[in-house]
Design a protein around this ligand. Structure first.
Ligand code: SAH
Length: 227
């Protein structure tokens, strides 16, 4: 269930952005508990250096978050892998996924590379414009919306999976409501002083089960929209 990614020669990378350096990151993720080969393959296939500023490209395959402007960050590869693995580790495989917090577009691209139908919402217009350009260049068909993601995407709900990539003090009810029965939602929850990754599963009969997975650090989920 992998999508085809269009790579121009410069996108393949060289030196610190080469496939060899990418492969080293994959081995590191494997050593840190990422065991889903589909997820590892997606991270191997999507060039993270194309989702950061050129000046930071040489650091793209370090396992760290990096600044993307507007006070925001592209998440750490391990966190991207962990959240993606959590969504795929479900009794029924998800098909349609909603992401809140497009940012650089990297997490959305990883989901699309897995063959999922991706819908992503971002509140900062400028970040979304850059992310859309990246999706076009790489040939990803990802639907985007410039909006406050706390309202989700009700017109297109329900979603088989929902991934929130900015932290709120509690899970957002509107998003839980837009999760299909049998679906999984993953989100960082808590104050900046102590957040954890929370997995919410909704049973076929609508029963909800919440589990705290690991401590994480995310930028906050903010209200409203900006250009
Ligand atoms: N998934 C991103 C991570 C970006 S950081 C990536 O792979 O790069 C979190 C993003 O969430 C930021 O771009 C921030 O602007 C956005 N965000 C914060 N609050 C939001 C909200 N209410 N609705 C939509 N996006 C939001």
């Amino acid at each position: 269930m992998t999508a085809r990614i269009h790579l121009q020669p410069e996108a393949i990378g060289m030196g610190m952005t080469s496939q060899r350096v990418r492969d080293r990151l994959i081995e590191r993720l494997r050593g840190n508990g990422i065991s889903d080969e589909r997820v590892l393959n997606a991270l191997r296939a999507v060039p993270r250096h194309l989702f950061v500023d050129e000046a930071l490209a040489t650091r793209a395959y370090e396992d760290t978050a990096l600044p993307i402007g507007h006070g925001q960050t592209i998440s750490q590869p391990w966190v991207v892998a962990k959240m993606t693995q959590t969504l795929l580790d479900a009794p029924t495989q998800p098909r349609r996924v909603l992401e809140i917090g497009t940012g650089s577009g990297y997490q959305a691209a990883i989901l699309a590379a897995l063959g999922l139908e991706v819908f992503t919402v971002e509140r900062i217009g400028e970040l979304l414009r850059v992310a859309r350009k990246r999706f076009r260049t790489l040939g990803f068909n990802i639907r985007t919306k410039h909006d406050d993601g706390r309202i989700g995407w009700p017109e297109l709900a329900p979603f088989d999976a929902i991934i929130v990539t900015a932290a709120a003090p509690a899970l957002v009810d509107a998003l839980t409501e837009q999760l299909a029965p049998g679906g999984t939602l993953v989100a960082p929850v808590g104050a900046s002083s102590g957040q954890s990754l929370v997995r919410l599963r909704k049973d076929a009969d609508g029963t909800i089960d919440e589990t705290q997975l690991v401590p994480v650090v995310f930028v906050p989920l903010l209200p409203g929209m900006v250009d």
